[in-house]
Write a protein that binds this ligand. Sequence first.
Ligand code: NDP
Length: 321
Amino acid sequence: MSEHKVIVIGSGPAGDTAALYAARAGLKPHVFAGFGAGGPPGGQLMLTTEIENFPGFPGGGIAGPELMARMRQQAIDFGAEFEDVDVSKVDFSERPFKVWVDDKLYTAEAVIVATGARSRLLNIPGEQKLISRGLHTCATCDGAFYRNKSMIVIGGGDTAMEEATFLTRFGDVNLVHRREEFRASTTMLERAKKNPKIKWTLNEQPLEYLLRENGTVCGIKSKNTKTGEVSEIKADGVFLAIGHIPNTDLFKGQLKMHDNGYLVTGAAAGGPSEHPNSYTSVKGVFACGDVQDHTYRQAITAAGSGCMAAIDAERWLAEQE
Ligand code: NDP
């Protein structure tokens, strides 16, 4: 058995920032850097190229993997320990909390959950490797790479409407959706429909990606869901907007979740104040980053909430002594 004061699960911007703050507070956090969802340690930013909107990196931004390596090193400099493994099971029913990696048991007085979320993909073979190579999952992050270019947005929900509308700042958008009806709210759909830079391609289910000779994505091959006809739709880049999946399977039955699977935090989870905070429904377990945020989903907001979780954990631990 391995005993710790604080365990952090997840190592994206939220987990690494929580680790940095907890480490500087002398809590020697133990970080499980795997995601429990098969993704790489470091989270979604490991799948991106340049990040131009994380403050502090003028002159072209910083590569996602480099930013994550720096965040991790900064936490290690202050005493955080990282293990690149996925947590297999947790038991938050009593303190100390229990966390298993396969058969090995770890315990902690406080746990910070930062397991993030993943973009829903089309499940086309090799898709994961195309992310940031003409295939994107975040318009706010990558739209600016498509100035005066053409883009496909796939999806029919609010995210697709919002991202398609946003991307028209840069170029023309072809919104491809598999039905004629939309899951999106009327307001957002109407706003997108009024935008002359959005073209609508309906009843089309993507089958595979079209690739340039250098292996980057330049469109999709899709099947008309009414006629069965297969056609090619070309563009400079493709944005997937078919939803996100929070990495919360590990916490089912242990932490309160919204209907969409995201963790409930703050006052709604029984936290100490109406002011936003990282308390979950179990006292001593805190959550930060995309695992509890389906609205902003940015590296900087995740990092900010990681800081909040570490401060909440530190103060809560002090109150227990
Ligand atoms: P949704 O689940 O609402 O929509 C996903 C869309 O992707 C659907 O149109 C769905 O099609 C389509 N889709 C799913 N899987 C596939 C697939 N394999 N192939 C092709 N198409 C697929 O997700 P969103 O991310 O849009 O929204 C999530 C939540 O966040 C919602 O509650 C939404 O209201 C909210 N939100 C709110 C915003 C705001 O208010 N500003 C902005 C963005 C999101 P189909 O309809 O056929 O199932």
